[in-house]
Write a protein that binds this ligand. Structure first.
Ligand code: ZN
Length: 392
């Protein structure tokens, strides 16, 4: 299925612009009218991170006239392995400003609009309204569902991508002409089931593989060239170096774009997706200690069994002294329960406190009533107790 161009052509290109875009202009399918459409286009990129970095760079180079950036975070050293729009000297700067400076260096004809805010129900519709097309580079489910719902409510198309370790996915969602994200994924995964990239890692160059698919789809939609990924999910496996296209149909039962929608406006997305499961949240109440409290227990010689519930690769990077490794999966499956100390205080920790809360719920259910977990995990331990250790 092909779609008409999303954007009307701009009146003209300057002599400088003709020189700059000459390799586009001599492609018959793009030509002068396609490039003028790009010049007239307003594209919003949500997130200037892993996917947003290559997306912004190539959208800018391609000559998209107006590029919006939604991003409130600052550049961190651990971003540079994949967020190639930022550089060493940008560490500590707002990502949106760093991205704008890189774009200006690549293409001074792009009008960059910075939205230095966290996308929320209060601003998402007003921001999206100003653009023809959204490119979603978010990394969490709450924002993903919010982006989808806002796009459906405003009848706008968007290009979605996601990345994890060696695997990537991309698609185009546009409820007016095909499925939306909720047609593909009606429910978010249970909290704690799907690790984020911060927990599970991502091969840096995977961002370029998926980000470039997103930009390709954006250009096709804006100019009306080719067949968009609408109604198809692209699944990329970097280890096998395979791309698979899977058909996605519009779901008549879809909560927002189906025949009898139950979602007719924005909802509470944090609540819908949940940072931790209800069981984990309940288990953590009254059973959470701070890193400083743990330090006091260790210094006082309290008898504790300190369990690190992360994965072996994370354990290799940094540990709390005196801990031993029992990955969360072995606790949830029950395999590791027999090996936990019965006669000592059980203390669980992970990277940030989410996985340890899940494990805490499991050990409490198995009878370890006094077990506790460490708020903020090993990252907070490093920040509050021993800043000489690395964090990741
Ligand atoms: Zn839908």
């Amino acid at each position: 299925m092909s779609l008409p161009p999303l954007v009307e052509p701009a009146e003209s290109l300057s002599v400088d612009e003709v020189r700059r875009y000459s390799r586009h202009l001599i492609i018959p399918d793009v030509a002068m009218s396609g490039q003028k459409r790009l010049k007239n286009a307003k594209v919003l990129v949500v997130g200037a991170g892993g996917l947003g970095s290559p997306a912004l760079l190539y959208l800018a180079a391609a000559g998209v006239g107006t590029l919006g950036i939604v991003e409130f975070d600052t550049v961190d050293e651990s971003n540079l392995q994949r967020q190639v729009i930022h550089g060493q000297s940008d560490i500590g700067r707002p990502k949106a400003e760093s991205a704008r400076d890189s774009i200006r260096e690549i293409n001074p004809y792009v009008n960059v609009v910075i939205h230095n805010v966290a996308l929320s129900n209060d601003n998402v519709l007003q921001i999206f309204e100003q653009y023809d097309l959204i490119v979603d580079g978010t990394d969490n489910f709450a924002t993903r569902y919010m982006v989808n719902d806002a796009a459906v409510l405003l009848h706008k198309p968007y290009v979605w991508g996601s990345i994890y370790r060696f695997d990537g996915q991309a698609s185009v969602f546009w409820a007016d002409h095909g499925p939306c994200y909720r047609c593909l994924y009606p429910e978010p995964p249970p909290p704690g089931m799907v690790p984020s990239c911060a927990e599970g890692g991502v091969l840096g160059v995977l961002c370029a593989s998926i980000g470039s698919i997103q930009v390709t789809e954006a250009i096709k939609l804006l100019t009306g060239v080719g067949e968009p990924l609408l109604g198809n999910l692209m699944v990329y496996d970097a280890l096998e170096m395979s791309y698979r296209k899977i058909r996605v149909r519009k779901d008549p039962q879809c909560a927002i774009c189906g025949e009898n929608p139950t979602v007719t406006g924005l909802i509470d997305y944090e609540d819908f997706c949940g940072a931790v499961s209800d069981e984990a949240a309940a288990a953590a109440v009254g059973s959470t200690i701070t890193p400083l409290e743990l330090k006091e227990w260790i210094d006082a010689g309290k008898s504790i069994d300190l369990i690190d519930v992360r994965e072996p690769a994370e354990w290799e990077i940094v540990q709390i002294p005196g801990a031993r490794l029992v990955p969360k999966g072995e606790i949830l499956s029950g395999d590791a329960l027999a090996g936990l100390a019965q006669d000592r205080q059980l203390v669980l920790y992970c990277k940030s406190g989410v996985r340890s809360a899940e494990a805490l719920a499991a050990v409490k259910a198995a009878g370890f009533k006094d077990a506790v977990h460490v708020q903020g995990g090993v990252v907070s331990w490093v920040r509050q107790v021993d800043p000489s250790l690395p964090i990741y």
